[in-house]
Design a protein around this ligand. Structure first.
Ligand code: MN
Length: 255
């Protein structure tokens, strides 16, 4: 098993995806390589070829729901063969208000498709839509294990998400704000994974990549009052637990 975990990274959206993928593999960072459309899945999966630390998730990003809902049939064709689904979810920010019904239709459709194949590990976007995401997950209780990526809801919503069995992938930007740290302090350590969300985040003025995960680990270790090594061990244990909840995933290799 890899020593560190980047559970939400858009490898295919870097200018040099092969270089970023190689660095992650060489440095022992396990990467969940999420995609934003079903049509991006095939070529993104090629980045995992020969790189056992990388897993590719099948996604349809809420920001693209309206223009790409015709790809849902493509999603259904691929989902039986993948263990991980993401990036999926809902975005309630005003910018995407016009696509809200399309977002809901796409997200509900995806959760049904995941239910039909026996459940998947889900990397979920929930910006300004935490309760709507939790409601949809509540309607699809057998769709898999939700991992809320870059959670930004309220502390009350965090408590509900915890009660509903959600996991959380967290990155350095979340750990850098007092609101994020306050939320993190509430979340059970055994349901946390780290993420870069690269290339949409920056570290020292450049795009964050999976090899920047040690920074998030260091911040998390500080918050938990443990050493970086202890923190890494906790995160590896967490990933093992998560995968053990899904012994029948089609992608049989463990991260
Ligand atoms: Mn993302």
């Amino acid at each position: 098993m890899a020593s560190m975990i980047d559970f939400h990274c858009h490898l295919d959206l870097y200018r040099e995806p092969e270089r970023v993928a190689n660095e992650a593999q060489e440095r022992g960072v396990a990467v969940l390589s999420v995609t934003t459309t079903p049509s991006a899945y095939g070529r993104t999966k090629m980045l995992a070829e020969g790189r056992p630390a990388i897993r590719t998730a099948l996604g349809l990003h809420p920001e693209l729901a309206a223009e790409r809902r015709h790809e849902l049939s493509h999603f259904e064709q691929i989902v039986p063969s993948v263990g991980f689904v993401g990036e999926i979810g809902l975005d309630g920010s005003p910018r995407f208000a016009s696509s809200r019904s399309a977002q809901l239709e796409v997200f509900a459709h995806i959760l049904r498709a995941c239910t039909e194949v026996g459940g998947r590990i889900l990397s979920i976007h929930s910006r300004s839509a935490t309760m709507q995401v939790l409601d949809e997950l509540g309607r699809a209780p057998n769709s898999g294990t939700p991992v809320l990526h870059w959670f930004s809801g309220s502390s009350r919503q965090a408590r509900i998400a915890i009660d509903r069995g959600c996991w959380f992938s967290v990155g350095a930007p979340m750990l850098a704000t007092s609101k994020g740290r306050d939320l993190l302090a509430m979340l059970p350590a055994e349901r946390i994974l780290t993420e870069s969300d690269g290339p949409f985040t920056t570290t020292n003025g450049r795009q964050t990549t999976p090899v920047d995960i040690p920074r998030a680990v260091g911040l998390l270790a500080g918050l938990w009052g443990v050493t970086a090594a202890e923190c890494e061990q906790q995160l590896r244990d967490n990933l093992r637990t998560l995968l053990a909840q899904h012994p029948d995933l089609p992608d049989e290799r463990t991260l």
